[in-house]
Design a protein around this ligand. Structure first.
Ligand code: HEM
Length: 465
């Protein structure tokens, strides 16, 4: 059996207590539902809407998915309790278990000592000095993407951003040109995410071994992705040197327990690919959406980029001189956080916002709802990048805006993502004219929040690269 096939077969299936939970807190307001199914149908139909409805009832509100109680939190202080001050009382929530066949024990899904050890092993790959070296790849791949944009070419910006961030992930994570594998990787990740959402929203929770269409889809996705990832790992092992990418660093990483096995490296790389490429692509797509609706903000962006860079390529050293570019991205992630919610499961009885919450409860932090609260951000639906300037940030509590989460499970790639988004946006604004063709786009909450049906735009070159 090939190494990839062995790993696929050994992928740990969902095992947690998702099927058996029944704890409820009597003092938390309840979102009305229907007998037996509770709020499952509403959850399947509109996973953002259910959090919006809950947020309208209070800072912490309970709804139920058949027999599973879920506490929706749209209050920054309670979210801070869950993610930071009482983090030790929680594990990641059971819903994430549906991604375990793909991600194994990678950082996103791992718990306890394994998570602690791997967070330490991965940290050097995201250290500031290392990040600066990724910057050139980020700019180069963005310029390559722009080079394919002719005069008034009609494109789906969502697709363009996905292709571009995947190419950037390939170069920075693997030191490889994965544009030739892009279709396999893109399709594999998409299939896995759709399977995960189908499992999450199904009234029947079945063991992963059962050959249901969604499980077959996940297995196909894992097989496709394993073939690419294990090939890149084998190439990396053969080379045996630090080539400046994340993979070669992981292959060489050592602690007192030694290095990582191929399976461990595979889980981490798969996790970084899933967590890193689609989130940043969506952040950039939503940014173009808002810039299209706010021509003044777009004009300021182009003026800043032209003034600071002239015609030369942007580098990581230029970023402090591009505050509007950074603020545009931050404000876009406030309104449309790619990770729109995150879940936790209480390991023990706890008190949250003054309510007793029983062990086994699922707590869903409504990140998007927190970002859209009028008492935190006046005129919350308006796109106002100036509220993301350093002085404005200092004037409000930090935890009111949490696109990267918080606490011990905060995004390990946040600096990487912000650098990538800023370098890519500056490069695109310099190289191209982007005219979006949709003024209203519905959000589609898959694993991350993307524009439903994509974002059509006409793109033309501004300057020759
Ligand atoms: C705009 C882009 C991104 C957004 C909005 C984002 C958001 C998040 C959030 C909210 C979490 C915490 C989830 C939780 O608490 O349950 C997270 C975790 C994580 N992110 Fe990101 N992320 C982005 C980009 C990236 C990139 C570029 C990478 C890597 C290359 C990455 C890798 C990870 C990993 C490995 C975790 C798990 C960390 C842990 O549990 O220790 N993310 N991300």
């Amino acid at each position: 059996m090939s190494q990839a096939a062995t790993a696929t077969a050994s992928a740990r299936p969902p095992t947690r207590s998702f099927l058996t939970r029944s704890a409820v807190s009597p003092t938390v307001p309840l979102l009305p539902g229907v007998p037996v199914l509770g709020n499952l149908l509403a959850f399947r139909k509109d996973r953002l809407g259910i959090h919006d409805d809950a947020a309208a009832l209070g800072p912490i509100v309970r709804f139920s998915l058949v027999h599973i109680p879920v506490y929706s939190v749209s209050d920054a202080d309670i979210a801070h309790e869950v993610l930071v001050t009482q983090a030790a009382a929680f594990t990641k929530s059971a819903g994430l278990q549906f991604l375990v066949p793909l991600l194994g024990d990678g950082l996103l899904t791992a718990e306890g000592d394994h998570h602690k050890r791997h967070r330490k092993l991965l940290a050097p790959a995201f250290a500031p000095k290392r990040l600066a070296a990724y910057g050139d790849h980020m700019v180069e791949e963005t310029r390559r993407q722009c080079a394919s944009w002719g005069a008034g070419k009609l494109v789906d910006l969502s697709h363009e951003m996905m292709e571009m961030t995947l190419a950037i992930a390939g170069k920075t994570l693997f030191g490889a040109d994965v544009r030739s594998d892009a279709r396999t990787v893109g399709d594999g990740l998409e299939m896995a995410m759709r399977s995960m959402v189908q499992s999450l929203t199904s009234p029947i929770q079945a063991p992963y071994e059962w050959p249901l269409p969604r499980h077959v889809k996940m297995r196909r996705a894992v097989k496709m992705l394993d073939e690419v990832v294990y090939r890149l790992i084998a190439d990396g092992r053969r080379s045996g040197t630090d080539r400046g990418d994340v993979l070669s660093m992981l292959l060489l990483a050592q602690d007192e327990e030694g290095g990582m096995t191929d399976r461990e490296v595979r889980d981490e790389v798969m996790t970084l690919m899933l967590a890193g490429h689609e989130t940043t692509a969506n952040a950039l797509t939503w940014t173009w959406y808002e810039l299209g609706r706010n021509p003044d903000a777009m004009a300021k962006l182009v003026a800043e980029v032209d003034r600071v860079l002239g015609g030369r390529a942007v580098t990581a050293d230029d970023l402090p001189a591009l505050p509007w570019t950074a603020a545009v991205i931050d404000e876009s992630m406030r309104l449309h956080p790619p990770a729109y919610q995150t879940g936790r499961e209480a390991k023990q009885d706890i008190t949250l916002g003054g309510h007793a919450i029983p062990a086994g409860s699922i707590v869903a932090i409504n990140i998007r709802g927190i970002h859209r609260r009028a008492d935190y951000f006046p005129a919350p639906l308006a796109f106002r990048p100036e509220r993301m300037f350093a002085e404005a940030k200092k004037a409000r509590p930090r935890h009111h805006c949490l696109p990267f989460g918080a606490g011990p499970r905060v995004c390990i790639g946040s600096h990487f993502a912000l650098m990538e988004a800023q370098l890519a946006l500056a490069t695109m604004a310099q190289q191209a004219k982007v005219h979006t063709l949709a003024t209203r786009v519905e959000p589609e909450p898959l694993v991350t929040l993307r524009p439903r049906g994509g974002l059509p735009a006409r793109v033309s070159r501004r300057i020759a690269s």
